[in-house]
Design a protein around this ligand. Structure first.
Ligand SMILES: [Zn+2]
Length: 319
């Protein structure tokens, strides 16, 4: 029996949980499905992440509207992946913010990524026919961008921490509350997807930068909210451990002249005891190991995933 492709057989709805992290600061988590958030300004809202389709986003907004009716002024996209961006039209946000390189990546590979992610995780694409097209940011930045929340609500700081999960991930930081929305740069008890990543940068300087905020509440890209400084640090440590393990195992196989298939087996054997039960572990690993292999082979720029390449790489580890 061939194993089902990626998450294509994962069809059970996940339970969503809305958490109020501080006055006017919301996170919606969903048992390992992509997380979203929102921050109230004095007379407007900032939304963080857009989900995979407008229909999925409307469900989230219906939940948010039970708490606040302020108009959405900003939609912040942590990176270019389809399950984070293609629901954007539902927000009717006058300003859509992302990193400079996220705009570049959407132009270069947004269409292929859409098709790839739809094939891998069809359940996340509620009413896919409602997607009007690729999402284009209206404002981009390279280093930092601060949103004044008005009144006495302080600032929301958007920051680039270096190459990581993609070339253009950003985080959102609330200094007043020490709350960090980390996007997919940190996962909290969910497996990492690293098929478009820069593992060595991510595992070193980028996560150092993320850790330097000293978050006391951390919302990762997937998984439960990390409450408290210890749990926030643990999420960053877990993310770094996952990355370093992959780099180490794939590197060792390469050094002894082994194959990609052997590298996959080695990584799986080491990571599965700790992480095998976490959401999307089996789904991610073939794509992750393929990208680590490429990176260690000197392929700096991640090869574009297409629906065809997805199937090819998926079938390799079980040849
Ligand atoms: Zn992502």
């Amino acid at each position: 029996m061939p194993r089902p492709f990626a998450s294509s057989a994962d069809l059970d709805d996940k339970t969503q949980t809305l958490e109020l992290l501080a006055d006017g600061v919301y996170a919606l988590t969903a048992e390992g499905d992509p997380n979203v958030g929102a921050v109230e300004g004095e007379d407007f809202l900032v939304c963080f992440e857009a989900l995979a389709t407008p229909a999925a986003a409307r469900d989230w907004l219906a939940v948010l509207r039970t708490r606040t009716d302020k108009p959405i002024r900003y939609l912040v996209l942590s990176h270019y992946h389809a399950v984070r961006t293609l629901g954007a039209s539902a927000f009717h946000a006058p300003v859509i913010i992302a990193h400079d390189r996220t705009r570049t990546l959407i132009a270069e590979r947004g269409q292929q990524d859409w098709e790839s992610e739809y094939g891998r995780m069809p359940r996340l694409f509620k009413e896919p026919e409602g997607i009007p097209g690729l999402t284009w940011p209206t404002v981009t930045f390279s280093s930092t961008l601060t949103i004044d929340l008005g009144g006495d609500r302080g600032d929301l700081d958007l920051a680039y921490c270096g190459r990581g999960h993609t070339e253009g991930d950003i985080v959102a930081w609330l200094p007043r509350h020490k709350i960090l929305f980390a996007g997919d740069l940190v996962e909290t008890q969910a497996a990492l997807y690293t098929g478009d990543a820069f593992h060595r940068d991510w595992a070193s300087g980028t996560l150092d930068h993320v850790a330097s905020f000293g978050a006391e509440t951390l919302v990762g890209g997937r998984g439960a909210v990390a409450h408290g400084r210890a749990a926030s640090r643990a999420a960053i440590t877990q993310t770094r451990d996952f990355l370093k393990t992959m780099i180490g195992e794939v590197g060792a196989v390469r050094e002894r002249g082994g194959t990609l298939k052997e590298a996959f087996a080695a990584v799986h054997a080491v990571l599965a005891p700790a992480y095998g039960g976490w959401p999307i572990f089996e789904h991610c690993l073939p794509f992750d190991v393929s990208r680590v292999w490429d990176e260690l082979s000197g392929i700096d720029w991640p090869v574009v995933w297409t629906a065809e390449r997805d199937r090819h790489v998926w079938d390799q580890p079980q040849d």
